[in-house]
Design a protein around this ligand. Structure first.
Ligand SMILES: CC(C)(COP(=O)(O)OP(=O)(O)OC[C@H]1O[C@@H](n2cnc3c(N)ncnc32)[C@H](O)[C@@H]1OP(=O)(O)O)[C@@H](O)C(=O)NCCC(=O)NCCS
Length: 163
């Protein structure tokens, strides 16, 4: 593996994931290591990191989804849906020191590859911190507003692709 590369995430990456998360989100949006671990462990093919000079600079964590359901912030995922109909991007974060270099773009393409491998045409997510425009630029459309955490407005967004 090269010093700047994509890699599948594993439980041992949790401290680095938490470091990127803490630098990327307001305190009300921070999730516990247990919440991350449950998603990475239950669906390893959906968790990818990007290394810069050997350090984790960014991550994306995806899980299978059904209907228009979201995975609530901070929830520990005990089981996955029996009949998923889309891929849900639970979290995407790039450390501030590494933004603006297309890393998020590469991670989103990785999520799209995972969705295609599973035969899902639909990818969904909950956009926070005013990132709707960013997601719209990647082809996601607004579906509904919600409050993701107290005082944290969010948008549920969906992208449907050709297979
Ligand atoms: C959003 C985020 C993942 C983008 O990461 P990145 O690696 O800088 O993204 P890329 O380099 O692939 O793309 C950068 C482009 O996105 C745009 N962009 C970044 N954040 C944006 C935002 N919140 N709203 C609109 N555009 C945004 C940049 O202006 C840039 O556009 P340009 O290429 O036309 O100059 C990163 O800013 C981040 O981690 N933010 C904090 C966590 C977060 O809010 N995640 C989204 C949760 S749903």
């Amino acid at each position: 593996m090269q010093a700047n590369d994509m890699k599948p995430l594993a439980p041992r990456d949790l401290p680095a994931i938490m470091r990127v998360q803490r630098a990327s989100y307001r305190p009300s949006l921070i999730e516990s290591p247990e919440a991350f671990l449950s998603k990475i462990s239950s669906f390893p093919m959906g968790a990818w990191g990007h290394l810069s000079d050997g350090e984790l600079a960014a991550y994306i964590v995806c899980v299978p989804g059904t209907c228009n359901d979201i995975y609530p912030l901070g929830s520990v995922t005990a089981s996955l849906p029996d009949r998923p109909d889309h891929l849900y991007i639970h979290d995407l974060a790039v450390h501030p020191a590494h933004r603006g270099h297309g890393i998020a773009d590469r991670l989103i393409h990785q999520a799209e590859a995972v969705a295609a491998e599973l035969g899902h045409r639909r990818i969904a997510l909950t956009s926070v911190q005013g990132s709707e425009q960013f997601w719209a630029c990647h082809g996601f459309e607004h579906v509904r507003w919600l409050e993701y955490a107290p005082g944290e407005p969010a948008a549920y967004m969906v992208k449907t692709s050709e297979l």
